[in-house]
Design a protein around this ligand. Structure first.
Ligand SMILES: Nc1ncnc2c1ncn2[C@@H]1O[C@H](COP(=O)(O)OP(=O)(O)OP(=O)(O)O)[C@@H](O)[C@H]1O
Ligand SMILES: [Mg+2]
Length: 225
């Protein structure tokens, strides 16, 4: 898949633009890191790339087609192929296991072996029957990430995935990101304030946003993904 932003501007209030004239291209396979200070516009950009927000101006192209000009059925089908993990975990009332299986249930394919694999891998086994409103911040964040991973996405968008995660779980996640890109030819977009060495090595491109504009854009010619 290729998602391209062409001269994208966005304003939430119709007065101030929080993104200004952004043109970027994201391709599979690839790992894209979005960096920049608080309030720079990273989350807004990720939501535009994931078709959660319609930009005020400019075009968003999916494999050359202008997303917002497509019919509803085509939009839904494209949206269905993108998995977005919010910075603040959004969990529904119920157990850890129920939440982890949620995305799969919506796609009508619960694969117990994959669920088991990721629940165990991320240390959630002892917590699987616990209600999510009794979790620590890092445990809740882990549940929201595992819920995305079990769907085996080929386009995964992660907003601040490492916030609250300990180093063990962060390392596991970086490995899983690498597998999505290398083994499945997928695309992973990550907004992060944490720049782990392994993550940096994996990234194909770095985009730095400052005050709603691209302040630097670098390709990693040594990317190992
Ligand atoms: N729902 C909203 N309504 C109005 N303004 C918003 C909304 N969401 C974000 N903003 C504003 O848009 C700008 C960009 O916010 P955004 O969340 O995209 O930044 P960010 O780079 O993700 O920051 P952080 O590193 O803190 O997550 C900020 O000035 C913010 O106040
Ligand atoms: Mg943000």
């Amino acid at each position: 898949m290729e998602i391209a932003l062409e001269n994208v501007w966005h304003s939430y209030d119709g007065e101030t633009y929080v993104l200004r004239n952004i043109s970027l291209r994201f391709r599979s396979p690839g790992t894209y890191l979005l960096i920049g200070p608080n309030g720079a516009g990273k989350t807004t950009l990720l939501k535009i790339v994931s078709f959660i927000i319609r930009p005020s101006r400019g075009r968003v192209l999916v494999d050359g087609a202008s997303f917002w000009d497509l019919d509803n059925a085509s939009r839904d089908s494209i949206r269905g192929s993108i998995v977005y993990v919010h910075d603040k975990p959004i969990l529904v009332r119920g157990t850890v296991k129920f939440n982890v299986e949620l995305g799969l249930r919506l796609k009508k394919r619960v694969d117990e072996s994959i669920v088991e694999y990721y629940i165990t891998r991320y240390g959630l086994k002892e917590l699987e029957n616990k209600s999510v409103n009794r979790l620590s911040a890092g445990q809740a964040k882990t549940v929201s990430i595992v819920r995305a991973l079990v769907t085996e996405p080929t386009v995964l968008v992660l907003d601040e995935p490492f916030t609250y995660l300990d180093s063990t779980r962060s390392t596991l996640l970086i490995e899983d990101i690498m597998r999505i890109v290398r083994e499945r030819g997928g695309m992973v977009l990550i907004a992060t304030h944490y720049m782990y060495r392994e993550l940096k090595a994996l990234a194909t491109e770095f985009v730095e946003i400052v005050n709603g504009e691209i302040s630097s854009h670098a390709k990693n010619v040594f990317a190992n993904s």
